[in-house]
Design a protein around this ligand. Structure first.
Ligand code: SF4
Length: 446
């Protein structure tokens, strides 16, 4: 159980020395209870208190990393049930399944699709993160060959080896043990054997049981066998079960600090039908999965899932914004148009994307609006005629352009007169309201 502020206070030195940056030990204890402070901040805490508080303050969902290198995947460390309470920490990973019955040529195609899945969206790199190699043949030799082929073709991609056959697990893991893979497939029938293989190769063990009680009992048993790092699967396959079980697991971990379910969750979303698979995967993303397994890589599906994941895992307390400056799109000349917008990341990337689509070289003045979009920034008084004119004057852009013309977003057409008043010698032109009108607008002027 998590300790209350008063219980934590009883373990602190109670000298109110303020070295932790808090006025009293009680204030520090309250922050610790809310997981908003670290025990390290108190230099005088006793070893005994450190031990007790260290255990109690460990993240309720165990932090585990699988894979190695720049593409490794962090899981767990979550501390809240709802994103608005603080934030969700580690975005869930998407893994695509490759069965060991798949022909070599097809494996090449899937690996290539994983490599090509990476996109840049609002400044973040998004991709299919892992490959889930499954032992569909139940033949250890075939599994070993498939793992070898995938590891050779995709050396940087984190791997999940899925088998309930301990001999196959051993055969696969001995090839990729140094890549810190997940071995998925421990259940009530093979727990000892799979725990032994996972321990031998220091792999993370994926544990499945039907229902939460059975799952909790199984993780306790496997922990007692010496395996600390696990990902868990409650057997949920339908949408209803995924929502129910994943929510109950997160709730038990966060609210009750129930260690037997305090592990990252894996959701198997594979379906024959792509739209249904996307829907199930989306539920996994929204409801606490750390890994979502897909049957295929498809671009349309990637876009939907990446967007969903990014929306859920951005920090709601930090607006996504880009640096205030004059960006060049293409290779603008002194005659090229100058447009202005705000520095909300999504606004910047959509507007600059549409300017690129127009193929008209352009300068894009991106003004700091504390990460707000155009209309919101205008309503909040952060995108006003005074601020826009000040930004344009201070930027020095008038020395780079021949025509002193500033194109403003159509939504703030009302500002055009006031900006012209504050920018003597400049002409203000009202551009389209929506970004998708930019290509036609720019082409019509070229
Ligand atoms: S540093 Fe430690 S002893 Fe000093 S006020 Fe903070 S919690 Fe209390």
């Amino acid at each position: 159980m998590a300790l209350s502020g008063v219980e934590i206070f009883k373990l602190l030195p109670k000298t109110n020395c303020k070295k932790c940056g808090h006025p009293t030990c009680l204030a520090f204890a309250m922050k610790l209870a809310q997981r908003q402070a670290s025990l390290d901040a108190c230099p005088d805490v006793s070893e005994e208190a450190k031990r007790i508080l260290g255990e109690a303050s460990a993240p309720p969902v165990r932090p585990i990393t699988f894979g190695t290198g720049p593409k490794s995947v962090k899981m767990g460390e979550e501390t809240v049930l709802f994103r608005h309470e603080k934030k969700f920490v580690n975005p869930c990973a998407f893994a695509v399944e490759i069965k060991d019955t798949t022909a070599d040529s097809e494996i090449d195609g899937i690996v290539a699709a994983v490599a090509a899945s990476e996109i840049d969206r609002v400044g973040q790199k998004l991709r299919i993160d892992a490959i889930f190699v499954s032992n569909a043949s139940n033949d250890p030799g075939r599994f070993e060959a498939a793992v070898k082929a995938v590891a050779a073709k995709a050396p940087e991609v984190p791997l999940i080896l899925s088998t309930s056959n301990a001999a196959a697990a051993d055969a696969g893991l001995k090839i990729v043990a140094d890549k810190k893979p997940v071995l998925f497939g421990a259940d009530e029938s093979n727990a000892e054997a799979m725990a032994n293989v996972a321990k031998t190769y220091k792999a993370i063990l994926g544990v499945s049981a039907r229902g939460l009680d059975a799952l909790a009992a199984l993780t306790e048993k496997i922990k007692s066998l010496g395996v600390e790092d696990m990902v868990i699967d409650s057997g949920a396959r339908s949408a209803k079960e995924i929502i129910e079980n994943n929510t109950l697991i997160r709730r038990a971990a966060i609210k009750k600090n129930f260690k037997a379910l305090g592990y990252p969750v894996i959701t198997l979303a594979q379906r024959e039908e792509g739209m249904l698979e996307t829907l199930i995967a989306t539920l996994g993303v929204a409801k606490y999965a750390a890994i979502v397994v897909l049957s295929k890589v498809e671009k349309w599906k990637n876009l939907a899932l990446f967007t969903c994941r990014q929306n859920i895992y951005t920090d709601p307390q930090v607006p996504m914004q880009v640096e205030q400056k004059i960006y060049k799109v293409g290779e603008p000349t002194p005659e090229s148009p100058l447009m202005i917008t705000t520095n909300f990341s999504l606004t910047y990337f959509i507007v600059s994307g549409e300017v690129e689509n127009s193929k008209v070289p352009c300068r894009l003045a991106v003004m700091d609006s504390e990460g707000l979009s155009v209309l919101t920034a205008w309503a909040a008084g952060k995108f006003t005629a005074s601020k826009i004119s000040q930004f344009i004057l201070e930027s020095g852009i008038e020395n780079e352009v021949k025509n002193k013309e500033l194109i403003i977003p159509g939504y703030v057409a009302i500002l055009s007169g006031a900006i012209e008043d504050k920018l003597p010698g400049w002409k203000v032109t009202v551009g389209p309201r929506e970004a998708n009108g930019i290509p036609a607008f720019l082409k019509s002027r070229a």
